[in-house]
Ligand binder design. Structure first.
Ligand code: URP
Ligand code: ZN
Ligand code: ZN
Length: 466
């Protein structure tokens, strides 16, 4: 048994003083005062907040991508997540075109077995024939999958074109599963890349120039149009620009169930990150969508505070400097991705709560509850209540830290937020009722995380527009 005493509990809807008692991986009581049961471990949370463990709905641990594999594996990545107060990650099964979805799912299950926090998967639809349709059904009915990812970019590798989107969205609707999209027009990106390769092939800035905001806005609008036509809800990952945000807001205003996700990277950093003294410095920030001019950041904050954007994820996708150098003569070969799974909560608390933009309840909604609800894990995850998983963070709003590659746990030689001073950080992270990080010390156990099965939504859900 674990008793967390004298803290202030924060859920997505209220803040109240309470003790939290955990047993066998679950929360069994949340009350003003709980006498310590005999033999229980006791954590002192006085002067601290007790938050639901973070849920990062977008990570890529040990993902084969662009001719290499992300440097963070499921063990190191979930350890870094726990260090930062995240207790569940949602990763992506990505079949290579032509590969069985079930076989790819098995591969990812095997890789993820070393995780030290809970994990669950979205499965990407990267190609189409009747076997894909059948395997989507099997994944939903037997494997606990309720979301399918579609890359509208990465032409020639993972890209799903309109006919695939149409068939996969339609089938998702019939299964009670939620389609998600990486919204960038892959055809336009490929055309712009060709032009820029002739002009500035070794400049990482060419990466950003080949993926302007209009490319993202167009794809977001197209995916939303297809979803709206079919009456299926849609989740748009890593929204980075005004154009995509506008498409989501306008669909929501017309009653569409369109969910938007954004990243602290795009909220906090602009495209000046590509003006670095060294090639390595700029290449480290190569990700898709790229960093945008500053006015987009302002709009994204409006989306977060106003509710158009429902979640703050990381798209944690680590490559070492030596891996990024694969693209030193050809910017299209720089592996796309940046880290953040450990920094997400601290960066968002500092820039959101400490600035007065977000209440602590809104912070919890954006970092945990909304993902649990959208992906059907609530109230097992995403809240603090009897019966919920005992995934908790003892958060000290006065604790000061500096985010840096020098001491982060992420398995990568780079930190997007290098040198950022934050006030507000985890003192203890509890996963499944066990303290897994205490005052910066890892107490993790390889393989202690569980795969979370997410049931499909009932057939009526897509038509429920409330
Ligand atoms: O640059 C990124 N975002 N890399 C990871 C793959 C993806 O597109 O999400
Ligand atoms: Zn993406
Ligand atoms: Zn991603």
């Amino acid at each position: 048994m674990l008793l967390i005493r004298e803290g202030t509990v924060v859920t997505h809807e209220r803040i109240f003083p309470a003790d939290v008692l955990c047993e066998d991986g679950r929360i069994i009581a949340v009350e003003r005062t709980i006498a310590p049961p005999a033999g229980a471990d006791v954590l002192d949370a006085s002067l601290c907040l007790v938050l639901p463990g973070g849920i990062d709905p977008h990570t890529h641990m040990e993902m084969p991508f662009m001719g290499t594999v992300t440097s963070e594996d499921f063990f190191t990545g979930t350890r870094a997540a726990l260090a930062g107060g995240t207790t569940t990650i949602m990763d992506f099964v990505i079949p290579v075109p032509g590969q069985s979805l079930l076989q790819a799912h098995d591969q990812w299950l095997e890789r993820a077995a070393k995780s030290c926090c809970d994990y669950t998967f979205h499965v990407a639809v990267t190609w189409w024939d009747e076997s894909v349709r059948h395997e989507m059904t099997a994944l939903v009915q037997h494997k606990g999958i309720n979301s399918f990812k579609h890359f509208m970019a990465y032409k020639g590798s993972l890209m799903a074109d309109d006919p695939i989107l149409l068939k996969s969205f339609e089938h998702s609707l019939s299964l009670g599963a939620l389609p998600t999209v990486h919204a960038e027009n892959g055809e336009l990106v490929a055309a712009l890349q060709k032009k820029l390769l002739a002009r500035a092939p070794d400049d990482p800035m060419s990466h950003a120039a080949s993926r302007p905001a209009v490319v993202e806005g167009e794809a977001a609008g197209r995916a939303i149009a297809i979803a709206t036509l079919l009456g299926v809800p849609l989740y748009v990952v890593h929204v980075s620009c005004k154009e995509a945000l506008g498409a989501i807001a306008s669909a929501q205003q017309q009653g569409g169930r369109i969910f938007g996700e954004c990243l602290p990277q795009h909220l906090l950093l602009d495209d000046s990150v590509y003006d670095q003294k060294t090639w390595d410095g700029a290449a480290a920030f190569v990700m898709s969508p790229p960093f945008r001019p500053r006015d987009h950041q302002q709009a994204l904050w409006g989306g977060v505070t106003g509710g158009t954007l429902a979640t703050v994820a990381t798209d944690h996708c680590c490559f070492l400097a030596e891996q990024k150098r694969m693209g030193c003569a050809d910017f299209t070969r720089i592996p796309n991705g940046t880290p953040g799974v450990e920094d997400r909560l601290m960066a968002l608390w500092e820039s959101g709560v400490n600035t007065g933009r977000l209440s602590p309840c809104a912070f919890v909604a954006l970092t945990s509850t909304n993902a649990a609800r959208i992906f059907n894990m609530y109230p097992q995850k995403g809240t603090i209540a009897p019966g919920s998983d005992a995934d908790l963070v003892v958060w000290d709003p006065g604790l000061r830290k500096v985010l840096s590659k020098e001491h982060h746990h992420q398995q990568v030689d780079f930190n997007c937020f290098e040198g950022m001073a934050v006030r507000g950080a985890p003192r203890f992270t509890v996963a499944g009722g066990v303290v897994r990080f205490a005052e910066g010390i890892p107490l993790v156990q390889r393989g202690s995380g569980h795969c979370i099965h997410r049931p499909p939504w009932p057939a009526w859900w897509p038509r429920f527009q409330g």
